[in-house]
Design a protein around this ligand. Sequence first.
Ligand code: G1P
Length: 291
Amino acid sequence: MQVKKAVIPAAGLGTRFLPATKALAKEMLPIVDIPTLQYQIKEAVDAGIEEVILIISDAKKDIIEHFKRNEAYENYLISNGKQKEAEAIKQIATMAKISYVYQHEMKGLGHAILCCKEAVGNEPFVIILGDDLIINAHGDNVSKQMIDIYNIYHNSIIGCQNVALENVNKYGIMSLKAPMENRIALLKDMVEKPDIDKAPSRLACLGRYLLTPEIFDILKDAKPGKGGEIQLTDAIKVLAKRQDVIVYDFIGRRYDVGDKYGYVEATIDFALKRDDMKEKVLNHLKEILLK
Ligand code: G1P
């Protein structure tokens, strides 16, 4: 079965970015001039996804507004000679079929995904976590890489990379049945945010999943885990006991844009990649270094 749907959880409060996120959805914080969520939706579209399901809460109306067509604004821009800007805001609203699912209680990532059961149906689907911005400048994006692997094996896939030992307590950490070959291996076990001295490896799940719909049955019966939340990690662990789950060491540079430092890192790197900004930003950085 083809992978046609992507789920992007965007209901979280974003407390790591207060006060900016008091009234503004954290997913709308821009890297230079594009909201992080728009990069994630573009990743899905570029990977061939037909429908993006956004999980939001009542407090995230700015997300709906951003991805809705606004012809009056487009016409205003056109009449003021701003064709390029008009095209840019039109493209936001037309690049994907977007549907919304509400998560009314913040009970964890596993709970958020369970909220999409009806919207996803009985199909494999991709999950893109908004805090993880992953760029592969010289090839297919991470979602496309995972869909290509799915098309060969038809198993669930967890996107991962090694992280520094001091950071293992921030992620779902995996152990493998056998060493990686050609960037893939089978998942043996997975633990959510282990203590540094108890981590089974440094292989961290970095915000990309491709899951078979069996995950919903597991999530339905899931009990709260780490932090009292329903953890997707715990459900994947159960899934791996029922069917093969592939761990994939993806190609790409990942930014933790849910973290203030990661956000600044992404902003600098993205600005340095833009023809309209590169020189100015580089000169500014040089000036700082020479001080
Ligand atoms: C979530 C998952 C975790 C995963 C991480 C990737 O944690 O629970 O397993 O490694 O995303 O960013 P969160 O960062 O939402 O606490």
